[in-house]
Design a protein around this ligand. Structure first.
Ligand code: IVH
Length: 672
């Protein structure tokens, strides 16, 4: 291929990839499978390797690139990034409206109400249509240049059709699911947890290595224009529409309101509906729509007079800490959980809350017997925020973590650089049990009838110590166990037998190799195809696989070097477990599944799967799981007490399934 041909082909590929990217990340409406996207990206990268002089900064291949930075450069905002005045109740909102009306000499004012996204303010600068600089707000005057991190956010267009010098502003945030997944992984790895999605987003954008930011699944909603060479529009609402036309992701939930009563309706509506969103909001922003009117009202030193932020009351409650429960996870991390006097927060009864780790307990000086304030972080996991110190009874002892493992009494260690205490005894019963529970779980070997309670029972009775023991269980002995009838024993044994046929990725995930989640297990299985080949893979072989990073590769090599592991795998093979990948080539996964290219929304309380399990499984089958119901949604899975999303799905006549139908579909889909 000559250079001219390469140039033409590059242009076609880039346009296609940009379109797919936009459809997926901005419109929430993918039109091609991930595989197709990946193949096009591969072609693009190959062509760019052959013709490096043709690489452009806005090429979709350039989102994650460049070496880690030493430090961030400072950026001076040409138009300062101000903050907003706050309104904490209806009275404050009405006062704001009164001031606006007086300032403008008008009876009623047209406002735009928007969700106040709980993230961090960001500025994006475009020159000649190219994204040239992205910065944090900083102190409003000066921020930090985080361009390379922002480039990894796929909903940010690298090129727009407006070629005037333009700076757009918005809020970068971490969706709740991404936050939950990140913290889960950090907990397993003994790293400090992020307190909420906002901190996690800020922490991610402050990473000097863009590779890390790229893994954090951040997103952004744009809501304002800063400096703009050729701005001609007359209202904020027209600007929002124009930003959307340019390919920016704007939040769809804004509304034009005539007068303050309509504004208050919007506020009340969202006090109810906010829990159903897939990202955190902390209030409603109310803005005068007309730009001339905005100018007439002007600014105070800190904030515009034409806008205010109504802040939702924090969903907190006060209760008593009865006890601290310690549990040992599969990787030996010991986590403290607060046991509380039951109390209602944000609609549900809370009796347990996360205490994260020892450092946090010490920092907050939390003691058993204290009265504490609790809050739902990101409105999901309750956590203890602080002690109500003047209600502390006399004589409470400071809390300290035990020196010994609550399960095996071995000495706990604190690994350098980690905040967690770990039990490193490989024979620790709690760890072994957790490992077994993980092994039989739905995304791993999926053995029905082996719930947590049964595993505990089998372990207690010394029937099972290792994974291999599960495959040596005998009918007669099982029948001697309490609450085990003939039928359940037969079913259980049949389920265990059936699990032997599972495709390699389930076994791999089930083994619980550090950092290897279900998705990575699938990638590895599809790539190496047999356990033998994977065991023989070198660090380089592993790193060469797409999506397998250094840390994971290291952990896999170490795992297979362990003699005990080698022995275990030999036993499993001997016992008849399948050690091969039965699935289709990765390239075919999405195309023939019922979820291929389908946009699915999960709502309500799921009881069969956790949300994460359901999402992972649907995604593994080529589907896409999004947070809100729109015309583009193909299917809604409604759990118990499904609310507004279900109503909306019915209104839009979108197909709705109960969770059982999802189960049938997932278990019947042989491509999984
Ligand atoms: S408009 C002049 N709109 O709230 C300030 N801000 O205290 C213009 N925020 O720093 C800001 N969602 O980080 C605006 N829809 C929204 C917002 C929003 C979140 C944040 C932003 C700002 C802070 C104001």
């Amino acid at each position: 291929m000559n250079e001219q041909e390469a140039r033409e082909q590059l242009q076609v590929l880039r346009e296609q990839l940009n379109t797919y990217n936009y459809q997926y990340h901005v419109l929430d409406n993918p039109t091609v499978s991930d595989t197709e996207y990946d193949q096009k990206m591969k072609q693009l990268k190959e062509l760019e390797t052959a013709f490096p002089e043709l690489i452009t900064p806005d090429s979709p291949s350039q989102r994650v690139g460049g070496p880690p930075l030493e430090a961030f450069e400072k950026v001076t905002h040409r138009v300062p990034m101000l903050s907003l005045s706050n309104a904490f109740n209806e009275g404050d909102v009405k006062d704001f409206d009164r001031r606006v009306r007086e300032g403008l000499g008008e009876e009623t004012v047209t406002y735009v109400c928007e969700l106040k996204i709980d993230g961090l303010a960001i500025s994006l600068r475009y020159q000649d249509g190219l994204f040239v600089q992205g910065a944090t707000r900083g102190d409003g005057e000066t921020g930090e240049d985080i361009t390379s991190n922002l480039k990894t956010i796929k909903s940010i267009p690298l090129r727009i059709k407006d070629h005037s010098a333009m700076e757009v502003r918005g809020e970068a945030y971490m969706p709740q699911q991404a936050f939950a997944r990140l913290n889960e992984a950090r907990e397993q790895n003994g790293e400090a947890l992020f307190a909420n999605p906002r901190n996690a987003a800020a922490g991610s954008l402050r990473q000097l290595n863009p590779q890390i930011a790229a893994q954090r699944q951040l997103d952004i909603f744009l809501y304002a224009v800063g400096e703009w060479e050729s701005g001609t529009l007359e209202s904020h609402s027209e600007r929002l529409t124009y930003l959307q036309e340019l390919g920016f992701k704007t939040n769809p939930e804004w509304r034009k309101c005539q007068g303050i009563d309509e504004v208050l309706d919007f506020v009340h509506e969202w006090v109810e509906k906010r829990a159903a969103l897939s990202y955190d909001i902390d209030g409603i922003v109310i803005k005068v729509d007309n730009l001339e009117a905005q100018e007439q009202l002007g600014f105070t030193a800190k904030s515009p007079r034409w806008a205010t932020a109504y802040k939702f009351p924090a969903e907190e409650a006060v209760t008593k800490l009865i006890d601290v429960e310690l549990s040992v996870g599969r990787t030996g991390v010991v986590t403290p959980t607060a046991i509380l006097e039951p109390v209602k927060v944000a609609g549900t009864i809370v009796q347990r809350a996360s205490l994260h780790n020892e450092d946090l307990i010490k920092e907050k000086d939390i003691r058993i017997g204290d009265t504490v304030t609790i809050k739902k972080a990101g409105d999901i996991i309750p956590e203890v925020i602080q002690v109500v110190i003047d209600q502390r009874p006399e004589g409470l002892e400071a809390f300290s973590m035990p020196k010994e493992c609550p399960s095996c009494q071995d000495e706990l260690v604190r690994i350098e650089g980690e905040v967690a205490l770990r039990c490193i005894n490989p024979n620790c019963p709690a760890q072994l049990q957790e490992g077994l529970i993980h092994f039989v779980s739905r995304l791993a070997m999926n053995i029905d009838g082996l719930g947590e309670k049964v595993i505990e029972q089998l372990y207690r009775e010394s029937y099972v110590h290792t994974i291999a023991d599960l495959y040596r269980l005998e009918r007669e002995k099982l029948l001697q166990l309490e609450r085990m009838g003939e039928k359940s024993v037969d079913n259980l044994l049949a389920a265990i037998e059936k699990s032997k046929e599972n495709s390699l990725e389930r076994l791999l995930f089930g083994l619980g190799i550090r950092y290897v989640g279900s998705k990575a297990a699938k990638t590895l299985a599809a790539h190496f195809r047999t356990m033998e080949k994977l065991q023989a893979a070198s660090l380089e072989d592993l790193i060469a696989v797409d999506e397998i990073g250094d840390k994971m590769a290291d952990s896999i090599v170490q795992y297979f070097e362990d003699e005990k592991v080698q022995k275990l795998l030999a036993e499993l093979k001997e016992l008849g477990l399948n050690m091969e990948y039965n699935g289709p080539n990765l390239a075919d996964i999405s195309s023939d599944s019922i979820f291929a290219d389908k946009t699915v929304v999960l709502t309500g309380k799921l009881t069969i799967y956790t949300r994460q399990e359901a999402k992972q499984q649907i995604e593994a089958l080529g589907g896409k799981v999004t947070g809100s119901v729109s015309k583009k949604t193909d299917l809604v899975i409604a759990g118990e007490e499904a609310g507004s999303k279900l109503t909306k799905a019915r209104e839009l006549e979108i197909e709705v399934w109960e969770e059982e139908q999802l189960q049938t579909a997932l278990e019947g889909d042989t491509t999984s």
